[in-house]
Write a protein that binds this ligand. Sequence first.
Ligand SMILES: Nc1ncnc2c1ncn2[C@@H]1O[C@H](COP(=O)(O)OP(=O)(O)OP(=O)(O)O)[C@@H](O)[C@H]1O
Length: 595
Amino acid sequence: MTISPNHRKALRLVIEFISPYRRAVAGALVALVITAGITLGLGQGLRILVDQGLATQSPENLAKAIGLFFVLVLGLAFGSFARFYLVSWIGERVVADIRKKVFNHLIDLHPGFFEQNRALEIQSRFTADTTVLQSVIGSTVSIALRNTLMLIGGLILLFVTNAKLAAIILLGFPLVIAPILFFGRRVRQLSRLSQDRVADVGSYVGENLSQIKTVQAFNHQPHDRRFFSEVSEKAFDIARERIRQRAWLTTLAISLVMGAVGIVIWIGGLDVIHGRISPGELAAFVFYSLLVGVAAGAISEVIGELQRAAGSAARLFELLQTEPAFVREGENRSFAGPVTGEIAIEHLGFSYPGRQAQPAISDLSLHIRPGETLALVGPSGAGKSTLFDLLLHFYQPDSGRILIDGVDTSDLSLDALRRCFALVPQNPALFHGTVADNIRYARPGAEQSEVEQAARIAHADEFIQALPQGYDTPLGDAGLGLSGGQKQRLAIARALLADAPILLLDEATSALDAQSEHLIQQAMPALTAGRTTLVIAHRLATVRDADRIAVLEQGRLLAVGSHDELMRDNELYRRLASLQFRDEAADTDNGRFVC
Ligand SMILES: Nc1ncnc2c1ncn2[C@@H]1O[C@H](COP(=O)(O)OP(=O)(O)OP(=O)(O)O)[C@@H](O)[C@H]1O
């Protein structure tokens, strides 16, 4: 068998992860060798039983032979215990380590990687591949090793017992092994395809279930059923082909091997009849032939499994080898003292991969003073969210630079950079855990009193207290959902707890109820006080409260100024003000403005 790059990758991964457990591996190998040795020894026991116990017709000799048999069986039983325990332990241990390492690596990769590779597909790969590895390292490898030992030991003992008969077996060996290798290769190719299809099935289910409301609102189920049925049938077709080839592999192996054993018994039987060998020798020989046959069969069966595992290991290895699309060339600095939150954006330019013709940000320069609140406005697709992503360094700018407190952000470590920011996204994410856990997300070490204080300032305390278990109410996957307004207030509490010098706020565009909106509006001053705030504004009140407003269009900065200045001087802003900002009723008494 040739060693493909995949095999090499798989081996490197497994060796790297197994090496810390050398002692367990050594113990398992010792147990493996001992149990294989005892099994092989049983053949000699059989010979003695037949030739000395039975043929001599002496009860004492029979008792002795049986005594030896029991000793061997006891050794085999305890050896098998040790082998099973150690090998399974290594399998579970190594896979737990691999899982952790892959996850730790994935969670640091830049978001663009998941856009290109579909996060759900990676997720189902991750689960399926580690499961395959677990079963292989935890059992298949041991089956393969044990049977290889049996095969080699059995062949040697065949020669020791009777060289002539053994030579006949060996001559037939290539006839047995060639078809096995041929089918083994086909099974391996189909295994890879089959795994790909299974990953497709997994990611299709994940995507649909996570977007279930959209699916049902558009009555999309019939289409999904049809499509899913096609995806599953494709997976089944490939699996059926793989099973067919594998079944042939097993059938061939058994018929060829057992056929050879039959011939041996025939020839050996004639030798016993003619008195050339003893009956015990023939019994031992048949025992070894069976052992060799069964071992060859078992190996042919697990070769497919091993190939599958090689595919899985290679894919996990590839994930571990994935480098972020951009390499940060900076010095990995951190700030010397407290950060004031001054931001200088200089000639920033950025295009998404594959969209070079239409830059998302072009030659954008902007200076934001510490503590200032700057509203970003612009039509859809103007580049507002992209600017946030560049500030957080989710993408690498093509040109220009961003400075925080005079330090070029590409010189900062990502950790130091992101500690400067607290993000309130438009549709805040809820994670599996309680309400308190979700607020504490920003600072896992925060005290309960700090969590509650942040919730109070964010005007979230009242609705949280009204939940069935207050701050201990489960949210996210396993728990309750929240309304858009409640989520935003929870995210505001989260951001307050993060206590970062710069706040990035993407206002909710969906209509919040008047009460929620009012409460969020009330929470804003506490949130923005003493922080530099960049807010993607969709509401007039926010725009008016901002110190300055930056108008963006097609990635360019058109104008910066106050609401009144822009209303006077900027045509686009005037249009946006009348069309885009939500008209918050004609209550100018309330300090609100009607465009
Ligand atoms: N992941 C992406 N890959 C490729 N192009 C993208 C990606 N995200 C955004 N774009 C493109 O970049 C441009 C700027 O998008 P961006 O999301 O920054 O606009 P925006 O001002 O935030 O719009 P909105 O107010 O609608 O959210 C758009 O033309 C958009 O199609």
